[in-house]
Write a protein that binds this ligand. Structure first.
Ligand code: ATP
Length: 148
């Protein structure tokens, strides 16, 4: 009988140990560790009084106690709050490239970024290139070297 060899798939190291979003609960903003008051105020202005589980997971793993530099692959249902999860992370690192399948989606994500970090430049492709460059080289004023 012929032995069927199992095909091994190359898996990136961070895919081998996924962190289940289900183990996280939503957190009221006042309990989120290391949340800059300016970001808290922006979230408050947007009407958000707590973080959804996926947002808590991303916050914990990238900014909060479990923070370290690495890639993230977020997989959670539509409408679960991934956009805010990635934008809260991005305002902290100040450089992000978000690739989306349609321009409409890009405009929606831009709105979220602009709402939580009005001082940081955000550009969506296919507009006037000089305006986009001007937007992207915009530098927020740093207070004591810290920018949320
Ligand atoms: N922490 C929060 N508190 C209250 N509402 C929130 C919060 N985070 C996101 N929302 C709202 O929940 C809705 C869904 O969020 P969002 O579009 O970011 O989800 P998503 O996972 O990115 O969805 P999709 O997969 O469709 O891109 C939006 O209306 C958003 O404003």
């Amino acid at each position: 009988m012929m032995e069927v060899k199992k095909k091994s798939t190359a898996i990136l190291s961070w895919m081998r140990n996924p962190i289940g979003v289900r183990q996280f609960e939503g957190w009221p903003l006042n309990l989120v560790p290391c949340l800059d008051p300016r970001l808290e105020a922006a979230l408050d202005r947007m009407g958000f009084s707590s973080l959804f589980p996926v947002q808590v997971a991303v916050w914990q793993e990238t900014i909060g106690p479990g923070a370290f530099e690495r890639d993230l692959c977020i997989n959670s249902p539509t409408g679960s709050g991934k956009t805010l999860a990635l934008s809260t992370r991005s305002v902290k690192c100040l450089r992000a490239l978000v690739v989306l399948p349609t321009r409409d989606l890009a405009l929606q994500v831009k709105e979220v970024f602009a709402a939580i970090a009005p001082a940081v430049g955000v550009a969506v492709g296919r507009s006037w290139i000089a305006d986009e460059i001007a937007e992207l080289i915009k530098r927020p004023k740093l207070e004591a070297g810290i920018c949320y």
